[in-house]
Structures are given as C-alpha cells and as structure tokens.
Design a protein around this ligand. Structure first.
Ligand code: ZN
Length: 134
C-alpha cells in the first residue's frame, strides 16, 4: 500500500490526483492488475470522471450543494452533516485497471479527490493487487 497526503485549498473542491496515483504505482512497480484508491476520511470522497473540462467538476460540486445544502436542520453537532452526506453519495474509493504499469483511463477520465469540508489535509491510500515488475 502507498499513502500520500493532499492539502485541499477550499471548503469544497475537486483535486486531480491522477499523477500522484501514477507515481505511487511506479514506486511499487505495479505492472498488471487493479488498484484501489481510497480516502480514509468521512467528509471527502474519491471519484473518476472528466478532467478535460474543469467545469464538469464545478457542476458536480454545485449540484451536490443543491442536493445537500450546508444548512439542513441536521442533528450532527459538529455542523458538517452535509459534508458527510456528500461523501456517502460520492463514495470513499475508486478502482482502476493497471496495464503495463499504467492506469487505464478513458480519454477524458482523471482521478479526483473530492473535498467537502476543507481546507484540510487528506490521506489517500493506494492498494495494488496484481503482477509486479522488476
Ligand atoms: Zn462531522
């Protein structure tokens, strides 16, 4: 398993972590298999989606804000229930195929950390299962 940290810069934002994942796979000589990308926090998420047009992530974050407003009469005393709910909706992990040491992503796909209660330092874990090279 490889672990790295990302400092997010806003309350809600999407951070492209594709190159960090690729670097982690190289460090462990991942060759062919599957990697799990996991964020070990309850108010952040990981997803794979379009990275070519930044407005796609803007639209995603704005839509989640509409669906799950920050003020919502929630019971959670910490006051960040909206962030927890968004994290559940988006999910704490994503999987990607690794072929010949490279992440297999579509033309427009990138791996994103989604921050819902930042700015914070987030820990990302990458677990590779499969064949390793030399
Ligand atoms: Zn909380």
């Amino acid at each position: 398993m490889k672990t790295f940290q990302i400092k997010t810069a806003a309350h809600c934002c999407a951070v492209d972590i594709t190159e960090r994942i690729a670097a982690a796979l190289k460090e462990i000589s991942a060759l062919n298999g599957v990697c799990l990308i996991y964020v070990s926090h309850t108010t952040a998420a990981v997803t794979i989606n379009e990275g070519a047009d930044k407005s796609v992530m803007d639209d995603l974050l704005e839509t989640l804000d509409t669906l799950v407003p920050w003020q919502g009469g929630y019971k959670h005393a910490e006051g960040n229930s909206a962030a927890h709910i968004k994290a559940v909706l988006a999910g704490e992990s994503a999987q990607a195929i690794v072929d010949s040491g490279e992440l297999v992503l579509g033309t427009w796909q990138r791996v994103f950390l989604l921050e819902f209660d930042g700015p914070r330092t987030r820990t990302i874990r990458v677990q590779f299962t499969g064949e390793r090279g030399a």
